[in-house]
Design a protein around this ligand. Structure first.
Ligand code: MN
Length: 129
């Protein structure tokens, strides 16, 4: 029996990044839905019921920390794994993403050879909790 593909929601304001990550994930058998704004992210959550979120932190309207905190306030999304994706290398960034409710943290540029491994690690961590 074939398992249902893992659905990843990628919240990212940069179009080129979304195209790249979609190509990588789909080549690995994942499905991806995407959002470039917070409002769109909520629409995509409802429409696709993703298994995990990749969350860009630097976005113009609402940053990824704020959006993650808002998503995690909703009971049905409390357990949904959110991986923060950020180019910020400032100290405290990891702590800030965890405080906002992110379950993990990966740095930009995303290492496409490691991405699915990281997704699986964060999914398993959540499932085994
Ligand atoms: Mn961005």
């Amino acid at each position: 029996m074939r398992e249902k593909p893992v659905m990843v929601l990628y919240v990212e304001d940069n179009y080129d990044n979304r195209v790249l990550i979609r190509r990588v994930l789909e080549a690995e058998g994942y499905e991806m839905c995407e959002a470039s704004t917070a409002n769109r992210a909520f629409e995509q959550l409802e429409a696709h019921d993703p298994d995990i979120i990749l969350m860009d932190i630097n976005m113009p309207e609402m940053d990824g920390y704020t959006l993650t905190a808002k998503i995690k306030e909703i009971p049905k999304y409390k357990e949904l794994p959110v991986i923060a994706v950020t180019a910020n290398v400032m100290r405290g960034d990891k702590e800030r993403s965890l405080k906002a409710g992110c379950d993990g943290y990966i740095q930009k540029p995303i290492d496409i050879d490691l991405l699915t491994e990281q997704i699986e690690r964060f999914r398993r961590k959540r499932i085994s909790n």
